[in-house]
Design a protein around this ligand. Structure first.
Ligand SMILES: CC(C)(COP(=O)(O)OP(=O)(O)OC[C@H]1O[C@@H](n2cnc3c(N)ncnc32)[C@H](O)[C@@H]1OP(=O)(O)O)[C@@H](O)C(=O)NCCC(=O)NCCS
Length: 148
């Protein structure tokens, strides 16, 4: 399956953008009893967006990047379709994102990791910063990675 995975940058209000929203809602919001479309998504207009697709153009994973100040960029909304989890798609998306981040001149990546996803980020070289906190009603940790 993995040999035919395409990871690419996608753009606000493109056809792929609406697939991204659907996947985020399925993987990150509905299991918490929430609805992504209840929030004001226009605030995400200038974010950098990455998605993974299979050979049938089905979306399998997504990640958004939010530029901050001083060379820092935040990763948000990392999600892989449930039926495709554990197949290294998340890893491919992170690798693609880090290459893009470096090419754009950022030097530090920050993110709020769900506690259940900590091992995934630790394996990609992200370090825990500080204590556990709650976000969307579930435990999280701040993590970061210096890239160059
Ligand atoms: C967390 C998530 C993004 C990981 O993506 P994935 O495609 O399933 O992960 P990969 O197959 O690329 O895994 C990469 C490595 O991390 C490990 N890993 C991934 N998720 C893990 C988990 N929950 N617990 C332990 N290890 C995990 C894999 O075993 C693999 O290790 P290896 O390289 O030694 O074989 C995905 O499972 C997901 O969307 N989960 C639900 C939503 C979520 O929690 N998102 C994160 C929000 S912060």
């Amino acid at each position: 399956m993995n040999t035919n995975i395409i990871v690419k940058e996608i753009f606000y209000e493109s056809p792929e953008y609406y697939l991204e929203l659907e996947l985020r809602n399925e993987v990150l919001r509905k299991p918490l009893g929430m609805n992504l479309y209840d929030q004001d998504l226009s605030t995400e207009k200038n974010y950098i967006r990455i998605a993974a697709f299979d050979e049938n153009q089905q979306i399998l994973g997504t990640l958004i990047l939010v530029p901050q100040e001083n060379g820092v960029i935040q990763m948000k909304q990392m999600a892989v379709r449930e039926s495709a989890q554990g197949m290294k798609i998340g890893k491919k998306i992170i690798q693609f994102a880090e290459d893009l981040i470096i090419s754009k001149g950022f030097s530090k990546i920050i993110l709020n990791a769900r506690k259940v996803a900590l091992p995934f980020y630790l394996k990609s070289g992200y370090e825990i910063q500080g204590d556990e906190f709650q976000e969307v009603g579930i435990p999280h940790f701040k993590m970061s990675k210096i890239v160059k």
